[in-house]
Design a protein. Structure first.
Length: 198
């Protein structure tokens, strides 16, 4: 029996299990992180996953992990009482780039969370990329273009070379479907997205 996943790369994936919504099924998570009762500003994030030549990367997957609108993660590790837990928001999702390299997910804009030493971090979304073009999964962050002041003092974003920070900023626009942030993820090439070692 042929293998679906090569031993030396990440992917392709068992899409019907990891991102079942694209196959007419429901799973433990999908690309809709926010429900009707989730607190916070509802947003859409859309973009492309690109290879080193700027061409769409098919069959890639993003995992999404973020704090809620109050700046608290839905995790036992985050036990801060001053930031309220939203029981209607898990903060976790997955989305496939499908056959055209496009992705979209619905969520709420996260609040600020503290860093080591309680330095405030700018609102951000953590993304993990799985793709056939890589031999390990890659970690990056999505920051928001309308959070200039918070972005200026964010300890993680400030650690990135100033010429490369733009690869981590999602651009806000108002559309008929609401607030949309545009964010492309590129693997390799001159415009490669900044990835972090974890």
């Amino acid at each position: 029996m042929p293998k679906q996943t090569a031993s030396n790369t990440i992917g392709p994936f068992f899409h019907h299990i990891l991102t079942p919504e694209g196959h007419g099924k429901s799973g433990i998570t999908d690309n809709k992180l926010a429900g009707k009762k989730t607190k916070g500003e509802r947003i859409h994030v859309e973009g492309l996953i690109l290879d080193a030549d700027g061409k769409p990367l098919r069959a890639a997957m993003l995992e999404i992990w973020q704090a809620n609108a109050a700046g608290r993660y839905n995790s036992p590790v985050d036990d801060r009482d001053e930031a309220q837990l939203d029981k209607k928001f898990s903060g976790f999702g997955r989305v496939s780039s499908g056959s055209k390299g496009k992705f979209e997910f619905e969520t709420i804009k996260p609040g600020s969370v503290p860093s080591t030493g309680n330095a405030p971090q700018a609102p951000h979304i953590n993304l993990t990329l799985f793709a056939a073009a890589t031999d390990i999964h890659l970690f990056t962050r999505l920051y928001f273009s309308d959070e200039e002041e918070a972005n200026e003092i964010d300890p993680v974003l400030s650690s990135v070379n100033a010429a490369r920070r733009d690869t981590l900023i999602a651009r806000r626009k108002k559309t008929k479907k609401g607030i949309v942030y545009r964010f492309d993820v590129q693997v390799g090439g001159d415009d490669e997205t900044v990835f972090f070692a974890i």
